[in-house]
Structures are given as C-alpha cells and as structure tokens.
Write a protein that binds this ligand. Sequence first.
Ligand SMILES: Cc1ncc(COP(=O)(O)O)c(C=O)c1O
Length: 452
Amino acid sequence: MHPYDEKTELAFQRIAAEIRHRLEEHAGQSVGKLGNLEALRAALGDSISQQGLGVDRTTDLLLGEVVPHCIDQGHPRSFAAIPSAATPAATLCDLVISATNMFAGTWASGSGAIFAENQVLRWLADLAGLPSTAGGTFVSGGTVGILAALIAARHRTRRDGRCLAGGGVVAASQEAHFAVDAAVAAMDGKIIRVPTDATYRMTDHTLREALENDLPAETIAVVATAGTPNLGVVDDLESIARFCRKHDIWLHVDGTYGFPAILSAHHRSLFTGIEHADSISVDPHKWLFTPYDSCALLYRDADDATAAHAWSGTYLGDDTCGTPEAIDPKDFALHLSRRPRGLPLWFSIASHGTDAYRRAVAASLDLTRRVAEEIDRREELELLIPPALSVILFRRRDWSMTDYQNLSRSLRDSGKAWFLPTEFEETAAARFALINPQTRFEDVSAVLDAMR
Ligand SMILES: Cc1ncc(COP(=O)(O)O)c(C=O)c1O
C-alpha cells in the first residue's frame, strides 16, 4: 500500500489536474449536486472490498461520483448558509499540510506550523484590540471553539469560587447560533435565550430584562454574536461588555461568521466593545478565505485557557519554553491531535497581504449593499431588514416556503446556483450570504430574475 508506484503517480496526475482546473475556473462549472441515494448506492456501494478496487478505479469514483455530489461552497453562485471561498494560496497550503502530515498539537512536533499560526492569531487579536496576554489556537469550527471557550469560562468561574457545581448558566441572544445550545448541552449546562431589541440585537438592556435584574449565581458566560447566523446582525458588544465587566462574567464573542467585517472601516464601529471579550471565535473557512475546517479561537488571557485545557502525559514530552509563541496548542482547547488548521490562513495572508483581505471583505459588503438596493427596486421583492453585514434577507411577495424550496432545488439540480430559504418572524424568506469576492452582481441578480 505505501510504496509510491506508477499507478499512484497516474492518480496523482489526474487529481492534480482536477485541482488545477478547480482553482483556475470556478464560475463556468456546476455549483454541485445533491446525490441521488440509489445512484450513490449503485456507484459506491461495493467500494469496500477485501481485494480493493485499485487506486485507478477508486480515483474514478472520487472524481466522478464523490466530488460532483458535494456542493462547491466556493462557487460564486453559492449563497446558502455561510459559504466558503478559499483562495488558491490557502488551498495549496492545505495540500502541503496533508502531504506532509503535520501534527501541530505540540510544539515539539509542529513548531514551524505553530509559530506561523500564532502570527496570524496575533493579527486577529490586534484587530480585536486584545492585549499582549492573548493567545489561542485553531480548532475545527465555531461549535468546538465556543465549547472550548465556555469550558475555560466555567473553569475560571469555579476558580473564583462561584458556580461550584453543575454545568453553569450561559446567556445568549435569541438569534445566536444553535452551536451555543450544543456547547452548553455538552457541558450539561443551561442556556438562557435573551430577547433582542427592535434591530435584532442583544443589548445590556435586553440582558438585564431576561435575567430579571437577578443574575443566576451559576452564570459562567454571556455569548454575544458578531454576525448572527440568520440575519447577520452584530449584538451591542459595547453595552454587553460593560454588563459583563460589572458582573464579572466571561464574555465570549461568537464572530464565527461576522468578525472579518472588522476589516472594513465602515463597519468597524459595530465591533466596539470586542476589545473587552474574554474569548472570540472566528472561522477562517467562512469569510477569511481558507478551506474547511478552521476556527481561530482567541482568549484575552492565554492563562485562562491553559488553566482549563492543559493536560499532559509523560509519553508526549515537552519542548515549550514559556514564551507566547512556543506553546502547545493542545493546551488551548479540547483536542490533542490536530492539523495546523491556521496555516492556510497564514499562507494566504502572508502571500497576499492584509490590504488584499480588507479589499476582499469590502467587496462582499459593497455587493451586499448593491443587491439590497436592487431588491428594493424590484416590485415583487421585499427586503426584510437592512443588511448589517453580508447576509440579505428578503421575501418574494406571495411566496410560501414550498415556492422557495422548489426554486432552491431546481437551481441546485441544474448546477446554476445554491441558496437556502429560511424563516423570519415565522414567515418564509429567502436568505443569501455573500462572502465570496468572486461573486458578481450578475451572479446574484440571475437568481433574483428566477423569482420573477
Ligand atoms: C454565528 C455562528 N456561530 C457558530 C457557527 C458554527 O460554526 P461551525 O459550523 O464552524 O461549527 C456558525 C456556522 O455557520 C455561525 O454562523
């Protein structure tokens, strides 16, 4: 299996050609399809056998059946959920990580990669305005990032003599991602969903109301969202941070989707207060243009993270030297084995520069504004809220959920575009998330045309 033979070389060439083709030209290709279960069974059903199919035939299956039946999240007409538009540079780096099989759980094994990851973590920390004590790591996604942060929050609360038993109470907006519920449930905690104000933001005021001026003693954290999943709204971080400081409660900012908008001078003020966060999560695979899966998890004080997450065994060794760069990423979240998930972000930013990132994020925000204006112009459409970041929510007058679903499926089945309907105030709505700088106005207006 392991020797690199001629057949493997042929497979390598085919796979390399496919990768090059993808990196060169997205727009002309299909957005990807949903696999028909029967057809997938017929094509892949016998693929696990005693003899093996051979790398040739298995490459046929990979390129002919597996790849086309996955949505190309980086396609310029992919607007569903939060898409992902990796730069070719980030993708190339990801390939190197796989080919060299980097282990970046410990400094002893992955010092080069960890050093580079820490550089990009520091760039993110500086954008947020976190102090020099900040530190962190990259985990697989926002859900795991929130979980790791809340574990650290609970640890600190217990250390301070509060919340000695139980999973702890976490407050988050009604509009927060279900990832917060999942993390709190995993900790056997309790979540309080806080109503939002008229602009769908959680504020210190809505927090006080929800907690009835009487904070549960077991409260371990408030999770504020910078870019809510359905609406793309940023909670009032400044007043929430004030509330948390007053009550000495850990503040986690879920910037999984929206944090990169901090790069836009026009949007920077939405993030005022984030500099007080105890932890922040940001998914580079969303709006920082890397492949899946990657979440930058930052702590204001690295010691809060290591106090909760540092476990060790004599079989691992220890080559760390107490500096903020030479750390063991295993000590910052619930993981040991890990690929250096932050390295593609480092490579892409080091290659293109932070100005290119600013321009790319600004391009999505500008496009969003233009599309919102276009929706306003079209009589059959209705913009439901002014977009705060790059999520657009709108309605086709008289359409039901079935109408949206039919259009969504037919666009996907024809390979033309990919969007998903949602609900807004209990009615069906269309939702586009625009994070891909290669998406043109025409890509979006073509879908609006299909709603005529
Ligand atoms: C605001 C927000 N939080 C958390 C998550 C969960 O992140 P992940 O899918 O990386 O686990 C998402 C995913 O879209 C999100 O938008």
